[in-house]
Unconditional design. Sequence first.
Length: 130
Amino acid sequence: MEAKIVNQLVIPMKDEVGLLGKLLGLISDKGINVQAYCVYTSAGIGTLLMITADNTAAEKVLGEKGIEIAEEEVLVLTVDNKVGICADISKKLAHAGINIKYSYATPESLPKAVVILCTSDNDRALNLLM
């Protein structure tokens, strides 16, 4: 397992058809790779969570369009893509009293997957999982 702490961009947005494509297009048009993202909406308000190859450049591009951006530390794990791996990680963190605030994941390429976690203590979680 590989693990590191990175900053992810947190972007509040309207729940609007096509807006995600516009935001991702602004970034990709500048040659910035989006490495991971998660988007969700609730009560007409959306949130885009995104890790890019160059968050500073992505913030600049979006900021020039008046888009609000915050940063949040998250834990990025590269794990074996196998049954039960996320359950094992979750149980290990829970046993240590570390809360998972949210998580999203995707296969990186078989046989690996990338898991992004925001926990109550990312530094402790990193040390525990390494």
